[in-house]
Design a protein. Sequence first.
Length: 655
Amino acid sequence: MLGARADRARLRLAVPLSAYWFRAAVVTGAYVAAAKFGIGLSVAHGVITPVWAPTGISLAALLLFGRRLWPAVAAGACIANATSGAAPLLAAAITVGNTLEAVVGATLLMRVGFRATLDRVRDVLALVVGGAGVSTLISATNGVTAVSIAGTGSGSYGEEWLLWWFGDAVGDLLVAPLILVAYAYRHRRPSAPRLGEAFVLLAALVAVSAIVFRAGGWRYPYVLFPLLLWAALRFRQTGAAASSFVVGAMATWGTVEGSLPIASTSPTARVQIMQALVGVVAVSLLVLGATLAEREAASAELRQVAAQLGEAQALTHIGSWDWDIPADRVTWSDELYRIYGVPPRTPVTYASFLEHVHPDDRAFVEGLVTGAYEDHQPFRFEHRIALPDGGIRLIAARGRVVLGDSGKPVRMLGTGQDITEQRKAEQLREGILSTVSHELRTPLTAILGFAMVLQERRGDLEETATARAIGHIVQQARRLERLLADLLDLDRLRHGSIIARRQSIIVGQLVEQVAARYESPEHPVTVSADPVIADVDPPKVERMVENLVANALKHTPPGTPVSVRVEQQGSDLLIVVDDEGPGVPDEIKKSVFEIFDRGTKLTSPEAGTGLGLSLVARVAELHGGRAWVEDREGRGASFRVLLPDCVSELSVPPD
């Protein structure tokens, strides 16, 4: 608390002295001008008047610029009273009350967290109670007592006190709000149409007020209410404060002139009656404006919460639903519409929901929902949905039943989460475990077997047998190393932690080197390469070609060749590996490039690891390209990789 007060004190001290004196001069001048106007009216009783705008001016000044401006209020009060016929001591005594009134009022409002925008009902009530109600008691009591002691009063103590208090209170209700909201919203720049609307409203309000209060139209005061409501509804507190001030000023003017036939014995009493009515209207409009502002703030907060909820649902792929059972109306969140592939705001019923459920799961889902309806128990299950584009998604649904007063279900509430990718990740993890456990076991078993033979019988083995065992160990170790390298590279490529480190190479030479390592009497590998120089990542492209060639050899019968072609297509590079194997069925031409897809027995009697072709596709994507497979004329498959915009201008186009 002390730290906050110290910060506020430092902030006040940080105000330049010139700014302080300027504000003080403005406050003093405004106070004196408004006081002279009120005291000069015919309804005033000396220094006591029912029209006292300085109260609102001083309260607003101290609320906006700090209580350290109290000397300006005191100076204004002293000058106004001293130059209005009051004796010096009387003027000084009245000044004390006027100054304390403003200081106490500002203090009370600050203590309750008052905001000058008046955009909360509590702020309006604080102004009415603390400002117009409580603080004005000080000035009225002090001033009337001083006047009574000086013997300059013109009526009873009670009448004079009520007149003083009433004038100060109305000043707080009509003048202070106008100054507060005008200063609080001074930086707003309304649009031209809105400015035009404000000028039209102000002109209409002045004209109608003049007709009602000064031109004999006092029988029709209700014509003002549409304009007052227009001001509060369209312009909130600015409109409420300005319209109240305009109507109050015109009503006071007409009453002072005697244009309004109010039954009362004196003009002063008639002004009091009229200002009481205007004060009630002002408070009502301010409360209305504050209520609307609070509603707007609550709506904005609700929209923000809804937006945050929508973002959270989008991140977690969870949508919410609400089924009004008697009306058979299902409400979906935006995320649920996205999950189901349905345009937002499309009407949904229970029957239309079931239409989106996969036909094989429809009876299962309907049975579970019916059971929950009858048993009144929460439920959770997983089911598939069929998307409009033909895709399939897996949904984890959960919900609960809401019972009505009769004990029967009236609503069901729940969520639906798209767990398709989650299940794929789980399958991927299971595939990794399965592949690792199977593929690692085979080479490790071979390595261990041959190593044990060498350990136990190396003295009895011939040199050729020993060399053959060592060769098997090396072969299986390389197989193991290749498997682990593929797993690591695939994981890095999937997570985007590998970038293409491009450099210019002669692609044909790289392909010939790979082919030479794989060529054997059983499987000749031929290479046909254009003289292409390409900017690629050489190690990645080499691994890609290795996997394509290894895949082709695996699916090619003994004695049949494998051909590799390198072609330039404009600025693109095309690598083609053809084999004479059984080919790839159309239904798995896309899935063969997915990780751990091992094909079928139709493509090979020995399934692979499911890593090689997936690595090919990932390396192609790393270079911005793609990989695919086509049927080869006659027999076999043609695996192709296109790497775009990588061929160097130094390449010689083929004849």
